[in-house]
Design a binder for this molecule. Sequence first.
Ligand SMILES: *[C@@H]1O[C@H](CO)[C@@H](O)[C@H](O)[C@H]1NC(C)=O
Ligand SMILES: *[C@@H]1O[C@H](CO)[C@@H](O)[C@H](O)[C@H]1NC(C)=O
Length: 267
Amino acid sequence: MKTTSSVFSAAILLSAASAARAASDNQCFDFTPMSSVSNYLGATLDYSVADRICCHNHKFAEYRGYLAAPEVDFFGRLDPSVETVFYDSVCGLPLFIAPRGRTFDDFKKESLKHGWPSFRPEEMISENVIIHDDGRMESVCLSHLGHNLPTGGVDRYCIDLVCMAGEPLSAGDERNQILQYMHQEQIINATELNTTSYTSSAEQYSGKTSNATAIIISVAVVGLFLVVVAFVCCEKPGWKRKGDEIQVGSSETSTSIHEDDEENEIY
Ligand SMILES: *[C@@H]1O[C@H](CO)[C@@H](O)[C@H](O)[C@H]1NC(C)=O
Ligand SMILES: *[C@@H]1O[C@H](CO)[C@@H](O)[C@H](O)[C@H]1NC(C)=O
């Protein structure tokens, strides 16, 4: 009897859990970006791009350099003398606050160099953003945001402008339902965020995601290089395999890994 009832309640728990998981498989909880995205800060953003990239996509991005397009001019619309809070385009939760721990000019230069708004760990509202093991980033509202592409050993969050172009939801907005799926105590809503006292916990994790992939790629590149070196050695009978030459080989290898990193930075 006892066994049957506990099996029964376990079954109920399981189906509740899978229902929750099924609901959370749907990006943006099946909602769409708020309409104000299309005139974010007075810019003209393409609403259909926001809907596609943030709510129906895990891989692709708005085009590189979109933030600097004449109709967008992202940095021309920010006040360089203050920190700006950036909100999820669908659920209005705060996601980033910038510039923090660096100048406005650093924030601008880094973002323009890479072609997407780029944030650093101090600038992320860590409670509201998920970084997956493969570097993909989404908000707790399951809006796709972009990717974590660590630069210089520090996380760099390369974010689609169209997905961080929201504002706090008004009371009557149907998107408020999204927040009901969440544990309120684990997120920070727009009203709760105190920008003066807020400290991100993202620095604790910085540089730790995507490392596995980087190591696997490095090992593979080094391995391939050694195979090529061995092949060339065997092809040239006169060539001696001395310790020195292998040293030279490995320093060349590390140079080429850095070049690979640079390429990876392009979203
Ligand atoms: C924000 O969170 C606080 C604390 O959980 C809650 O009391 C408040 O109603 C929330 N505000 C909104 C707009 O959801
Ligand atoms: C925000 O935090 C600062 C510093 O802790 C505090 O002085 C201020 O009263 C807080 N503001 C609000 C609105 O709670």
